[in-house]
Write a new protein. Sequence first.
Length: 303
Amino acid sequence: MVETVSFLNFLETIGVLATLIFVLTSMLGMGFSLTVPQILIPLRNRKLVIFSLAANFVLVPLLALGVLFIFPLSKGLSIGLFLLGTSAGAPFLPKLAQVAKGDTAFAVGLMVLLMVVTIIYVPIVLPFLLSGVSINPWDIAKSLILLMLLPLAISLFIRARYEEVADGLLPMMTQATNLSLLVLFVAFFVVYFSDLVNVIGTTAVMAAVVFLLVSFVIGYFLGGSDKSIRRVLALGTAQRNLSAALAISTLNFTDPDVMVMIMVVALAGLILLMFIGGELGKRAEVPEGETQEQEKLSSAPGK
């Protein structure tokens, strides 16, 4: 029994270290792969920027409150959902945009915008949303600045001044990010296995699914008339910032239910949004084929 507890404690330590490496390397990789113009140019549409911020930092946090009103959860599970509800700007968004045939340039700009705002927004808002929970806003802000904002700024600077160095380091960061994500999920899955099993079939899973789907709808309807941008904002609103949520949870909360809820939403989001993104991508190809066929018919003799 003692050996089992020691092994689980060891795995938990490995999971925490893997989480920190995942957050750090994903930010470095993002900076090494981007330039400042790539980030800023897609954000010139002020109306779209305002709608994007409103969707992610007003409507989705309110949605999290509404979901918890309909599906009451334990304190830890509620905190986990709140963390994801207030954390936007997922590094995975550009890949989702490619799958959905969305505007990848806007996906890059949106991702960085939401991530930077998250670092400022979460330490201010989270203590007000989590009544009865003692949270030090500076502790949250410090962890996000050190693990996300500072590495991103440094890697963007290296990319701007020493492009060859950035290109050389990018594959290493990508491999480290993928490996650390795998390690943290395996480690935490083993450590919290009984908690995850207990969650299956409960309202927590239903709450996660409803939260993701309604978040997608919010982004979709605020995305404007351009379908390629609408698809990106929909996916970007539903795909919450796992890096920020993991960093805050690992460094600021000891309740295992917080991590359990983050893992539930992350896994559900990966499955749902990859499926939805794929379907959107297929639908995006159909009108183009139909248009080409109509052009052929209209140019045929006698038409």
